[in-house]
Each structure stands twice: as structure tokens, then as C-alpha cells.
Design a protein around this ligand. Sequence first.
Ligand SMILES: NC(=O)c1ccc[n+]([C@@H]2O[C@H](COP(=O)([O-])OP(=O)(O)OC[C@H]3O[C@@H](n4cnc5c(N)ncnc54)[C@H](OP(=O)(O)O)[C@@H]3O)[C@@H](O)[C@H]2O)c1
Length: 245
Amino acid sequence: MSENTVLITGATRGIGRATATAFARKGYRVVVTGRSPEAVAGVVREMRAEGFAVEGETLDVCSIDSARCLAESIARRHEHLDVLVNNAGILPEATASGAVNFAHLGAFTDTLMTNTFGPVNVVEALLPLVRRAPAGHIVNISTEMGSLTEQRNPGSAYYPMVVPGYQASKAALNSLTVGLAKQLAGTGVRVTSVCPGFVATELAPAAADAPTAPADAAQMILAVAESAEATEAGAFVGAAGPIAW
Ligand SMILES: NC(=O)c1ccc[n+]([C@@H]2O[C@H](COP(=O)([O-])OP(=O)(O)OC[C@H]3O[C@@H](n4cnc5c(N)ncnc54)[C@H](OP(=O)(O)O)[C@@H]3O)[C@@H](O)[C@H]2O)c1
């Protein structure tokens, strides 16, 4: 059994919640984080009832102060973090209403704030702890919809979909994966963008009937986090292997 520690953002439901269980089953100590203290406490209760080693922390990824408080709290208990999963994400364009020419400005701003600035805040605050790990891994939960190549590929299932804020937020997240991987080359810390597939969660109404169960997406995320193939150059992968940036 591993004694590694993983921290997951947005772990109160959906893919993040399932990922917490997948890592816990693999023997990791799991730090579950989320915006709602009550929701975090609920997950901690459920997971402890299953005998897992789990801790709960409140974190709003949109706030650097919240991320710094989290880092201070973690540093009091842990010397390092082995895996950081930047999972928290939103897709408000799926439910935004009203006429727009191209983009819902409010939804666009909120999406970039959570999906892109969020991981930046979290990395900025937690990177010193990840760097202290023997072989740290930052896993950014992205989507094939953020691939610029696939957005322009008429053969892609996602080709007809235009959600400008969501796609821009994940394309930018992928760019952060590349930049961070470069900055961390030689430190032993790897950085990977992962597309979990189309997963049945509350992210958007259309996701309610998605073909992939959160538990299956979580297994894939765990496998990627532990993959010896994850390189120092940064990677973008899905269930079927590498995805074009
Ligand atoms: N579902 C899919 O098909 C799919 C496909 C590709 C990629 N993804 C990505 O997978 C990730 C997880 O999505 P999901 O499908 O599991 O969605 P979900 O069920 O809606 O879960 C999202 C999680 O993020 C949290 N969150 C939202 N804003 C936050 C913030 N500011 N700070 C901290 N936590 C916050 C939510 O908690 P609250 O209760 O606080 O809102 C919730 O726990 C996202 O990054 C999404 O883009 C999903």
C-alpha cells in the first residue's frame, strides 16, 4: 500500500468525489477540498466510514487567500503532497440564458475564473509542497473540447459544440500544463492534462446522461497520475491515449 498524499479540488461531488475514493482505495491519504464546509465534512464522514484515511479542507479555488490558507494548514500536517488534482470546474454557458452575439460575458468571466485562474491560484499556493515530494505530479482535469486541434477537426464528436468560455478556459489550462512542465523540468515534478471523457455528473444538463461513470473516469485519472509514462515535457491524455493539444 502506498503512503502517498493526494489533494483534490472540487471533491464534493462528480469526478472529484469519485477520484477521492479511487485514490483512497489505492492506499493514498486523501485531502478532500471544496467550497462548502458542510459538503466537505459530509464526504469526509462517508469516506472515514469506509475506513479510508481522509482529511477535509475548505477551498474556493477562485481565491488566492483561500488557497494560501489551505497551503498553511496542509503544511502543518504534511511535509509534502505527492499528487495535486486540479479538478474543480464549471460550465455555466450550458445553462446561461439571454441573447448574445458570441459569448455570455458573465459566464465567460466566471468560467475563466474557476477553470483557469483557479488552478493558477492552487498551484501558486501548493507548489512548494508538491516540489518537496519525491516524485510529484500535478494533474489538471481538462477536456478534449479544449483541444485547439479537435475544435478545428470536422471528424471530432465535439466539432459542432461552441462554448467559448469553457473551451478557452481549458485551452488555457492546457497551456498552463505546458508552461508549468517546462518550468519544473529537472525537478522530478510532472504536469499532465487529463480528459476524463464525457462523464455523468452535474456539470451540465447534457452530462446527466453521459456514457462514462464518475468511478471509471476516476480510475483513469488515478492511472494517469501513477503512469510511469508521464513525461517531464507535459502531456495531454484521455482514456484512449494522447490527445492533440
Ligand atoms: N463531466 C464531464 O463530462 C467532464 C468532461 C471533461 C472534463 N470535465 C471536467 O471535470 C471537472 C469536474 O467536473 P464534474 O463533471 O465532476 O462537475 P460537477 O459534478 O459539477 O463537480 C464540480 C466540482 O467542482 C466544485 N467547484 C466549483 N467551483 C468551485 C470553486 N470555485 N472552488 C472549489 N470547488 C469548486 C463543485 O463544488 P460546489 O458544490 O462548491 O460547486 C464540485 O465539487 C471539471 O474541471 C470539468 O471541466 C468534466
